[in-house]
Design a binder for this molecule. Structure first.
Ligand SMILES: Nc1ncnc2c1ncn2[C@@H]1O[C@H](COP(=O)(O)OP(=O)(O)O)[C@@H](O)[C@H]1O
Ligand SMILES: [Mg+2]
Length: 258
């Protein structure tokens, strides 16, 4: 596997077992800075498990994860988040009872290292920090087009807007790497195109590295610099979209079904 000074994240022989099931099987790859890196494969292939490993929700059974030269495998989620890796979830995880603004401020608090429960849930943080967080949160809500609905409870937003709100919350962390788990799920074709443009925009604006799990093949092919294909926990292809698309193993495992 090639690793160079552009590498921000590298998985080395990464394996995760659940009992007898090998959900992620001896996977090695590296992701370059500012890259939009696609992750595709059938349901159950191990894509979300890979995100859970990278973000520390679960530890690997074997192998290493190197982020900016540092081993992160086995670190706790809040520690990995504070190092600059943010994510969204396949099953949206917002605080439904809280407002859009409060949801983004919570994401920001991870970054400022003040307690998650300050401000929003009771204990007031330092006034300077609070003001900064609110301003940052408002900017991000504007970026995702929700600036007119900042007081609305998250649970009242339609699906596509909840996904955008979740992206705003992840960006509040000011991450180096943003992991998006099926962000276009439940969106209509025009929302999908907007999302694709938006992902490119934030990559450029924030100099972000993005790893994207997505089933909508045209979106992935049009957006990603490189695409990794998982099947039954194994990495069966990793290359530029035009090459992955012609790969017989990929067509057999995944694209043939589309
Ligand atoms: N916490 C868990 N406990 C047991 N099995 C799991 C767990 N998480 C995922 N799996 C299993 O691992 C495999 C990969 O799942 P997942 O990573 O969610 O796939 P994908 O995101 O590619 O659809 C599936 O067979 C799934 O049932
Ligand atoms: Mg998944």
């Amino acid at each position: 596997m090639s690793t160079n000074n552009l590498t921000v994240l590298a998985a080395k022989a990464l394996t995760r077992r659940f009992g007898g099931l090998v959900a992620v099987n001896n996977i090695s790859f590296s992701v370059n800075k500012d890259e939009i890196f696609g992750l595709i494969g059938p349901n159950g292939a191990g894509k979300t498990t890979l995100f859970n490993l990278i973000t520390g929700l679960i530890p690997p059974s074997e192998g290493n994860l190197i982020y900016q030269g540092q081993e992160i495998a086995g670190k706790k989620p809040d520690e990995i988040a504070s190092l600059g890796i943010a994510r969204t979830f396949q099953n949206i995880r917002l605080f439904g009872e809280l407002s859009a603004l409060e949801n983004v401020v919570i994401g920001r608090h991870l970054h400022t290292k003040s307690n998650l429960f300050t401000g929003v849930l009771g204990i007031p943080p330092a006034p300077q920090e609070e003001k900064y967080s609110q301003e940052k949160a408002l900017e991000l809500l504007e970026l995702v087009g929700l600036q007119n609905r900042i007081e609305e409870q998250a649970k009242n937003f339609p699906y596509g807007e909840q996904r955008r709100l979740e992206i705003a919350r992840a960006l509040a962390l000011e991450p180096q790497i943003l992991l998006l788990d099926e962000p276009a799920a439940g969106m209509n074709p025009s929302e999908k195109q907007q999302l694709s443009d938006f992902i490119k925009q934030i990559r450029n604006q924030f100099s972000l590295t993005i790893i994207l799990i997505e089933h909508h093949v045209p979106l992935v092919m049009g957006l990603c610099d490189r695409i990794a294909v998982l099947n039954f926990g194994q990495l069966i292809a990793l290359d530029k979209p035009a090459i992955v698309r012609e790969n017989p193993a990929v067509i057999e495992a995944y694209l043939g079904n589309e």
